[in-house]
Design a protein around this ligand. Structure first.
Ligand SMILES: [Zn+2]
Length: 199
């Protein structure tokens, strides 16, 4: 048998590797080699929480939100910073947001992405944390999710209409509010209207 020509060997090798790599699920491909060697152990683990805590990546939100847009569509209507915070679950720098020290006596804070009413001015309180703080939301306006990124367990909040990331809820901090909860929300996730808007 004739030995295959050099280009044939290269082509075969490349195809083999491409096939091998592309047959793996995307998340699995991202795992460094030491974690993939013992596949039996790996497969016995709860995949998504394990990956989330290992890489600090965002967990997939499987909620069926009524407002659905692709990343391209969101990028067309949001600023770069809004897209980073709202769609990529980023956090704005503390003490910099437009609504941090904004304390109107009436009006409504709405979702910057889909305009759904989220918080009333009367829900807002001064927490000193550097982000707008609310002790409650308009009923049904926000959805809570367990967020296990950054090596801790927090409660993430998203807009119930479009799934846009708002921030996190913290409990039991001792603020003198009716709920003892603090919805810590990024200003860029919000707009403000002087009107009292209903959900
Ligand atoms: Zn929204």
């Amino acid at each position: 048998m004739r030995f295959p020509s050099f280009p044939t060997i290269i082509r075969t090798f490349s195809l083999y590797n491409l096939t091998r790599i592309h047959n793996l699920p995307a998340a699995y491909r991202a795992i460094p080699a030491p974690f993939t060697r013992n596949t039996t152990v790996f497969r016995s683990m709860p995949t998504i929480p394990f990956l989330g805590s290992l890489f600090g990546s965002q967990q997939k939100d499987m909620t069926d939100y009524p407002v659905k847009k692709s990343d391209d569509e969101w990028q067309a209507v949001l600023s770069k910073e809004q897209f980073r915070v709202i769609r990529e679950k980023g956090t704005e720098a503390p003490y910099t947001g437009e609504y941090d020290k904004h304390m109107p006596s009436e009006g409504t804070y709405t979702c910057a992405a889909c305009q759904a009413p989220l918080y009333r001015a009367t829900h807002k309180f001064k927490s000193g944390c550097g982000w707008p703080a609310y002790f409650d939301s308009i009923p049904g306006a926000v959805i809570r999710h367990t967020d296990s990124t950054l090596g801790m367990e927090r409660t993430e909040i998203t807009c119930s209409k479009c799934g846009g990331h708002l921030g996190h809820v913290f409990k039991g901090e001792g603020f003198p509010t009716p709920t003892d909860e603090r919805h810590c929300v990024n200003s860029v996730s919000l707009n403000f209207s002087k009107e009292d808007k209903e959900a």
